[in-house]
Design a protein around this ligand. Structure first.
Ligand code: 5GP
Ligand code: MG
Length: 177
């Protein structure tokens, strides 16, 4: 596939905005007096995180973690390692992990295991999108934006070979089944 492939819109920016508001209302209800630590998985979650936290009108902290999956393009090799760790203390905190997409479940599962070992008071996952058709490992999703079909998505933080993260809508690339 060439990088000239024209992205087709799957989720428009307005739909994303209302999903983010709905998720924020759910999170606010559950966390507003708990000073939660929101941990985004880089790079894909950066736009979702930025929009989500601006809808949360209570004290919280933001952190990021970066993992690599030793894979380029669309396929993850399944071997995951942390390439940028945390600077905040997780022990005793209410931790909410923020992900752009859960696909095989290997990345979120790995990071949840990693964080659980640090003994947070609570640990949940919030993902903007869920692609359940390719799941290899089950992960519990506490807050979900959209269930999406088995297409390769780009935009709103999601990339193809580092491109398209800046698209305001979530799109899929043509030629994908
Ligand atoms: P998993 O480990 O669940 O297979 O995938 C998690 C990571 O793979 C996501 O954080 C994302 O970086 C990448 N990924 C999975 N599906 C897609 C997709 O449709 N589009 C893009 N751009 N990345 C994806
Ligand atoms: Mg990602």
């Amino acid at each position: 596939m060439s990088s000239q492939t024209k992205p087709q819109i799957l989720l428009r920016r307005e739909e994303i905005t209302s999903a983010v508001k709905r998720l924020a209302a759910e999170i606010e209800r559950d966390y507003q007096n708990r000073y939660p630590l929101l941990i985004g998985i880089l790079k894909g979650s950066f736009i979702f995180m930025a929009d989500l936290v601006r809808q949360l009108d209570f004290p919280l902290e933001v952190e990021f973690i970066r993992v690599s999956s030793y894979g380029r393009g669309r396929e993850s090799s399944g071997a995951i390692k942390i390439v940028r760790g945390l600077t905040s203390v997780v022990k005793g905190r209410d931790v909410l992990l923020i992900e752009d997409i859960v696909d095989t479940g290997l990345t979120a599962g790995f990071v949840l295991d990693y964080l659980a070992k640090k003994k947070p008071t609570s640990l949940k996952l919030c993902t903007l999108t869920d692609k359940p058709s390719r799941r290899q490992r089950s992960v519990q999703i506490g807050y979900l934006g959209f269930t999406v079909p088995n297409k390769f998505l780009v935009g709103y933080g999601l990339d193809w070979d580092e491109k398209f993260r800046n698209l305001p809508d979530i799109c899929f690339l043509e030629n994908e089944d």
